[in-house]
Design a protein around this ligand. Structure first.
Ligand SMILES: C[S@@+](CC[C@H](N)C(=O)[O-])C[C@H]1O[C@@H](n2cnc3c(N)ncnc32)[C@H](O)[C@@H]1O
Length: 449
């Protein structure tokens, strides 16, 4: 015998935006068997009781007996609503072992069901199969992408997501695909606080930003981690499209010195805040320039104004305090010799997949300024470029050919030595890749006209 514990369909019973939680109520009349606690063991072992005890998710099967508050008897909930539904062997076992059958009502309410169940209940039947129960979260904000047919129920759906997820304070619907220059979404509030400044933790770094004004994509965390793992701790990393710092700050924490740039003044503002909050100010220089100008000036700028020497990975506050205490004890103290200032770029990161390939021409002649030859004496010393891009080619070989052709065209020479990494499928006919290659010396030292 099976019992329907799904929530009542309340679609159409709620006026527009107000979620009436009291409508989610269901009574399921069943039978319970009264048992002495000492007999519960034999019940569990009994073949005759197999499949007869109620097994609804998140519900206890043995309940206190309201007629016996001292606990001398318990009620075992049965999968039957009348005696006729109980098979003979079970009835015989219950006659012999229990203290009798009693009617019992299971009461289910809003708190019982999960968000999936509740959302199914507020949308009309024909929309249930594909109803939007999933959401991504960034800090305290849950964001969903509702299809048009669900828009009439958007506030109800938002409220349910808010109610059922303790870490969420704000639920928004993303209004369009990203098409603005700074790559952030327009969004509308569905439920909760209209507070869009989030605190998000990724790779042990704390990021603060206004989700309505800057780009952030939590789905990129493995890519952020993959690229950061390519850096050696003493490297100088140049992040051309840095956003609020998901490459730059983990890199600085592992010891890298970083030039981090973003044209969106809001991104640059939060990048500064994040640099400070993660205590890597001495290793990160923030700028707010167009990527092309930034690429052209980064190498010469770094030679003129080098970044501090490598001093090891960023220590936690407690580690730092312990080191200070130890240093105070060790007198006379000899200062640790500092390494050389860092003036050579080891990596450029370019995560603006929509158009980063078009910026590759900016590398032509970047090392054609006086004094750069000494800093980049041979091919091995030239920087790596990690350039993210989209392609409409789904077949890997066709995707590679497409990306290679576009990159080579902008660099002014055919790339022969490169690696290609598939980051993720963005849409059914759109893939995101990262092409990595050492900047060819012919490109870096090309005479500028
Ligand atoms: C796809 S986001 C990547 C941000 C960050 N690196 C990440 O992985 O989350 C691209 C960034 O490039 C910035 N941007 C767009 N056009 C730019 C340009 N011409 N020059 C510099 N930054 C630009 C945007 O503001 C955005 O923050």
């Amino acid at each position: 015998m099976s019992f329907d514990a799904s929530p009542p369909a309340v679609a159409g019973l709620m006026a527009g935006t107000q979620l009436d939680r009291s409508l989610f109520h269901k009574s399921i009349p069943i039978l319970a068997a009264r048992f002495l606690p000492s007999k519960l063991g034999s019940l569990r072992k009994s073949e005759a009781m197999r499949g007869m005890v109620m097994d609804l998710p998140r519900l206890r099967t043995v309940e206190p007996d309201p007629t016996n508050p001292t606990g001398a008897t318990k009620l075992v909930l049965l999968k039957a609503s009348s005696e006729e539904e109980i098979p003979n062997p079970t009835r015989e076992f219950l006659n012999a072992e229990s203290e009798g059958l009693v009617p019992y009502t299971i009461e289910l309410g809003y708190d019982y069901w999960n968000a999936d169940d509740l959302i199914q209940a507020v949308v009309p039947e024909d929309l249930r199969d594909r109803s939007p129960t999933g959401f991504a979260s960034t800090g305290h904000i849950a964001h969903i992408n509702l299809k048009d047919e669900y828009l009439p129920y958007k506030h109800l759906i938002g409220q349910i997501i808010l109610d059922k997820n303790a870490a969420i304070r704000t639920v928004v619907n993303k209004l369009d695909t990203i098409d603005n220059q700074f790559r952030f979404f327009k969004m509308e509030l569905l439920a909760g606080d209209p507070d869009y400044v989030v605190e998000h933790v990724e790779a042990d770094c704390r990021f603060t930003f206004d989700f309505t004004q800057v780009y952030w994509n939590s789905r990129l965390h493995t890519e952020h981690e993959r690229v950061a793992n390519l850096f050696s701790p003493a490297d100088v990393v140049v992040d051309v499209f840095a956003g609020v710092g998901p490459f730059a700050i983990p890199a600085a924490k592992k010891g890298c010195a970083v030039l981090a740039n973003d044209l969106n003044p809001q991104s640059a503002k939060y990048l500064e805040i994040n640099v400070e909050n993660n205590r890597v100010s001495s290793a990160v220089r923030v700028s707010c320039l167009d990527g092309r100008e930034f690429i052209r000036t980064a190498a010469a700028g770094l030679i003129a104004h080098p970044l501090p020497a490598y001093t090891g990975p960023k220590k936690s506050k407690t580690q730092e305090a312990a080191d200070q205490r130890r240093a105070q004890k060790l007198r006379p103290s000899s200062p640790t010799p500092a390494g050389p200032l860092r003036n050579r770029i080891a990596h450029f990161v370019m995560n603006l997949p929509d158009s980063a390939l078009q910026f590759l021409d900016a590398y032509r002649g970047i090392l054609c300024t006086p004094g750069t030859r000494e800093v980049y004496p041979d091919d091995a010393s030239l920087p790596m470029i990690h350039c993210h891009c989209f392609t409409r080619e789904i077949d890997p070989a066709a995707a590679e050919a497409d990306i290679l052709q576009r990159a080579s065209e902008k660099l002014g020479r055919k790339l022969t030595d490169y690696s290609l990494h598939l980051v993720r499928s963005v849409a059914p006919n759109k893939e995101m890749y990262c092409i990595s290659f050492k900047l060819p010396s012919e490109v870096a030292f090309e005479e500028r006209v």
